[in-house]
Ligand binder design. Sequence first.
Ligand code: IPM
Ligand code: MN
Length: 363
Amino acid sequence: MDFNIAVLSGDGIGPEVTAEGVRALEAVGRAFGHRFTLQYGDVGGVSIDRFGVALTDDVRGLASDADAVLFGAVGGPKWDDPAAATRPEDGLLALRAHLGVFANIRPVKVYPELTASSVLKPHVLEGVDMVVVRELTGGLYYALPKGRSETPQGVVGVDTMRYSEAEIERVLRVGFELARGRRNKLTSVDKANVLETSRLWRTVATRLASEYPDVELEHVLVDACAMQLVLHPSSYDVIVAENTFGDILTDEAAILAASMGLLPSASLSGVPQAGMRTPGFYEPIHGTAPDIAGQGIANPCGSILSAAMMLRYSLGLTEEAAAMERAVQSVLAQGYRTADIAAGGDTATGTVQMGELIAQAVG
Ligand code: IPM
Ligand code: MN
C-alpha cells in the first residue's frame, strides 16, 4: 500500500533520531511491500531561522494532508530568550491544536534486559507496564487569558487552567477504552483538593465510570501519584491526566524505562484502535537534548517506536508495527546500548548504528 507521511524533525537531536525512525519505516516498506512517500518540512527553531515563524502555513498544510506525521523535537538555547516574540515550542503547540490531537498516548514499558541501566531497584521495576494518556490540547498550555502585562504592581504573567466537561470527557473515554483492552484499571490524576478544574475532572470521571463497570476507577492526587510512580509503579495500568500533570508525570515515568530516549508517543483525536486508518501525530517524548546534539550518540528508539505506533494506529499495519517493536527488543537483547542506557562496562552504540541494526532486524 502507499502512504503519505509528513516528516517534521525539528531541532537538536530531532533530525538525528527521526532519520532512524524513517530508516525503520523504509525497512518495513521493503519487507512488507509498502511505499512511504515522505514529505519533509521545517518546524520549531529551524523554521524561525528560515521563515521567522515556528510553523508556516505550508507545513501546517503538509501535516493535515498527510496520513500521519512523524515529529522529532523542537527548542534549544538559541531560541530561549524569555523576551522573544516567538518560540520553537509554539510550532509544536500550534500543530497539536491544528490537528485536534487531544489524546497523547505514552506507553511506559520496562525491558527486562534494561533493569540494570535504571537508577531504580530491580524489584520496583518488576511488572511495570502502563500507559499514560495525557490531555494535549487544553489546560494551561492553551487556555486564555495568557500573557504578560505591565500593571501598577509591576509586570504580571498569567496562564489559565480551564477545561470544559466535553474536553475532560473525551480524553477520559480514551483512558477507559484503553483500560478495557488491558488490565481494566484506570487511574484518574487530579488536584481536586485545590483546583476547580480538577473537581470537575473528578466528577466527570466518576460519572463515566458507570458506563464502564468492568473498569476499576481510582482517583489519585497528582503529588501522591508522583510519589507512587517510583514507589509502586507496577500498580498502574492506565493513567489519565490533564496536559501539564501528564507532561511532568511522563518525564518521571521515563525513569522507569531507564531513559527518556526509549519512550514513544501517539497523539490522536479519538480512541486508538489497532489496525485503523486515522490521522495521527507521532513523537518521542524526549526533547532536543542540546547537550548531545550533533554528536551521533542520541537514542533513536523513541522515534523508531513512535513510527511503530504510527503503523498500528494510523496506517492500519498491525503486523508491521509488531515487527518493528520486536526488532527494537531483539537489538536491545543482543546487548546493543546507546550512551543513555549503557551500564558500566558496555560500549555505547551510536545513533546511526543502532538505527541500522534495528532496520536490519525488521527485514
Ligand atoms: C513534550 C514536551 C513539550 C510539551 C514541549 C517541548 C512544548 O515537553 O512533548 O512533552 O510540554 O508538551
Ligand atoms: Mn515533556
